[in-house]
Each structure stands twice: as C-alpha cells, then as structure tokens.
Design a protein around this ligand. Structure first.
Ligand SMILES: NC(=O)C1=CN([C@@H]2O[C@H](COP(=O)(O)OP(=O)(O)OC[C@H]3O[C@@H](n4cnc5c(N)ncnc54)[C@H](O)[C@@H]3O)[C@@H](O)[C@H]2O)C=CC1
Ligand SMILES: O=C([O-])CC(=O)C(=O)O
Length: 330
C-alpha cells in the first residue's frame, strides 16, 4: 500500500496538487486532510477513474488521515499578500506546521515529509526539530520542496533562449526558498547551442529569486503561486515515489534538507557551515540516497551563495528556536 496524505488539501495548492497526484499509478490511497472542505474535495476527486482510493479527513481526524502514510505533503497555511515577505508568514504557519509534524511523529513516524508551507527555510527546521524531540527523526525523510525554483529557472531561460528545452533540462538551484537565498546555478547550462552572457545570467537570476513576487503581484491580494506550485509539488512527489516505490536509480532533484546525518552531506556542511541547505540530492529507497556536493560556482554565484548563507542562518535559527531553546546542531 502506498498512502500519500496531502495536508491543506482543500487550498489553492492542495486541490490541484491532489488532482495531479490522483493521476499517479504508484499511489494506492490518497488521503486529503484540511480543517475545511476536505470531504468535498475528496468526493469530487474520488470519481476520477484512476486506481487510487481517495478519502477526506476534517480537523478532528488527523490521526486517521496520517495512519500508515508512506508520504505526507504539507501545503497547509496562509499564503502571501502583496508587500509581505515569506518570513512574514512565520507567525501563522509555524504553529500549523509544528502541529502537523507532531501528528506525523505520532501517527506515521517513518513517512517521507514534503514541506511546501512557507517560509520553507524555517518550516523545514521546525519539522525536523519536532521529529528529533519525539526521537523519530531520520534526515533522509524530510524535504523542503524548492522544485518551483527549478521549474521557473528552466522556463525563464527558455523564454529568452527558445532553443533551450525547458522540460528536458534541469537547472540546479541551491540555498533556500526566498529571495536572495534562491541561487540558480545558471553557469552550468550545458545544452549545445545555448549560452548566456553575464548580463543575461544576472537578469535571469534576479527573476528566478523573485519569481514568487511576480505571481503575488499579479494575483493582487488573492494569494500566491498555486497551479505552478501544484505542478512542482507533484513533480517532486512523483520523483520520490519513483525512487522509493519503483526503485528507479539516479533520480536527482534540488531540495532543502537537514545536512547532518544525510549521506554525502559532509562537503556541503563544510562549504556552508549550515544545518540546512538546498542542493541537488539523489533520491533512493529511503529518501535521500546522497546529497550531492555543490557544483563549481562562477565568481558571481559564489558571491550570491555567500549572501544566501547569511540570510539562511537567521531563518534556520528562527525555525529551530520555535521548538527548542538551543542553536541548531550540524
Ligand atoms: N514551497 C513553495 O515553493 C511554495 C509554497 N507556498 C506556500 O504554500 C502555502 C499554502 O498556499 P496556498 O495553497 O496558496 O494557501 P491557501 O490558503 O489557498 O490554502 C491553504 C490551506 O491550508 C489549510 N489549513 C490551514 N490550517 C491548516 C491546518 N492546521 N491543517 C491543515 N490544513 C490547514 C486551509 O484551510 C487551506 O485550505 C503557503 O504557506 C504558501 O506560502 C506557495 C507557493 C510556493
Ligand atoms: O511567493 C510566494 O509567497 C509563494 C512561493 O513560495 C513561490 O511562489 O515561490
């Protein structure tokens, strides 16, 4: 049985994400949890003639939703409005994510946990610290979903270089998931016939770092990216299922993880001095199979990573200290 739970399933991301996951032939049970409307969304999706069973769970049935989960995807919480940073969401979303993580620790301690709720740079440390406290933490099994930055990178490159095939070329994005902490490694684009000037890289990098703001502005108070995020969230979930359920080897995605205790993370611990970082990760049967070392960076990328490190340090400390009083350990 492969049970995937979406927490926040009735929301702007939750609904299209659940729709995309209903198309997976690897999922046997799709459980939709939300404090509002989950049964309605579940009834609707359950009429689709793909193999998975769909169930809906309201606010008093978190235990039932999470029980026996293989994977829990968390897009629960409030989105930004114009003028807000992702960090401004911390005061509402931190406790939502903490409570869901406590549920996971109790009812599905071995599940993979995919965190979408912002600010990801801080909510992932919250989840990890909750699991550590409950003595069920496995760093290979918790992921901050930064796939939208990867998706945006290849889309935006394609928009200025039409020869670049966006879905066939994965661009590594390192750091975290907010503004200056998002560092796309555009110097490594290798497609034949496509090259970017230093000025193009600078413009693209800024657009990728602030891609979320483009959507927040265009939605004008009605929230942030939901459909592209659902696509990105489904892509990451499907990659993890391909690696963990089907046993596909060599699958790599950029993702924000706890470095300490993860296979292969030593080089990035040394390079960043941080407890959490986004980089390419090879996925496997237990989640992280290997954290890949940072690629060789251009001088500009190196400078951007240094800026990201400063901001990430504060974001991580904020998440960790929401759960414990001591600073994050590597
Ligand atoms: N990681 C990423 O790249 C991205 C992250 N996000 C983040 O995803 C989150 C969700 O965004 P949207 O779906 O647009 O928001 P939304 O407001 O449309 O949906 C959120 C859903 O969470 C539910 N919810 C609230 N408290 C809950 C709880 N305790 N348990 C379960 N469900 C709960 C709400 O009822 C609602 O249905 C936001 O924090 C947003 O910033 C958004 C886009 C990209
Ligand atoms: O911008 C936001 O608040 C939502 C988000 O994380 C993104 O679109 O990358």
């Amino acid at each position: 049985m492969v049970k995937v739970v979406v927490c926040g399933a009735a929301g702007g991301i939750g609904q299209p994400l659940s729709l995309l996951l209903k198309q997976s032939d690897l999922i046997t049970h799709l459980a939709l949890y939300d404090i509002v409307n989950a049964p309605g969304v579940a009834a609707d999706l359950s009429h689709i003639n793909t193999p998975s069973k769909v169930t809906g769970h309201g606010k008093d049935s978190l235990a039932e939703a999470l029980k026996d989960a293989h994977t829990v995807v968390i897009p629960a919480g409030v989105p930004r409005k114009p003028g807000m940073t992702r960090d401004d969401l911390f005061k509402v979303n931190a406790s939502i994510v903490r409570d869901l993580a406590e549920g996971c620790a109790q009812y599905c301690p071995k599940a993979f946990i995919l965190v979408i709720s912002n600010p990801v740079n801080s909510t992932v440390p919250i989840v990890c610290e909750v699991l550590k406290k409950a003595n069920v933490f496995d760093p290979r099994r918790v992921f901050g979903v930064t796939t939208l930055d990867v998706v945006r990178s290849s889309t935006f490159v394609h928009q200025i270089k039409p020869a670049f095939v966006p879905h066939a070329n994965r661009i590594t994005v390192v750091g975290g998931h907010s503004g200056a902490t998002i560092v796309p490694i555009l110097s490594h684009i290798t497609q034949k016939g496509v090259s970017l000037t230093t000025e193009e890289i600078k413009t693209l990098t800024h657009r990728i770092q602030y891609g979320g703001d483009e959507v927040v502005k265009a939605k004008d108070g009605a929230g942030s990216a939901t459909l592209s995020m659902a696509y990105a969230g489904a892509r990451f979930t499907n990659s993890l299922l391909e690696a963990s359920v089907r046993g596909r080897k060599g699958l790599v995605e950029s993702t924000y993880v706890h470095l300490g205790g993860n296979p292969g993370a030593e080089a990035n611990i040394a390079a960043t001095g941080l407890a959490y970082f986004a980089q390419d990760v090879e996925l496997g049967p237990e989640g992280v199979a290997k954290v890949l070392a940072l690629p060789k960076l251009s001088a500009e990328e190196d400078a951007l990573v240094k800026i990201a490190l400063g901001e990430l340090k504060g974001n991580i400390a904020k998440g960790v200290s929401f759960i414990v009083d001591i600073p994050a350990k590597l």
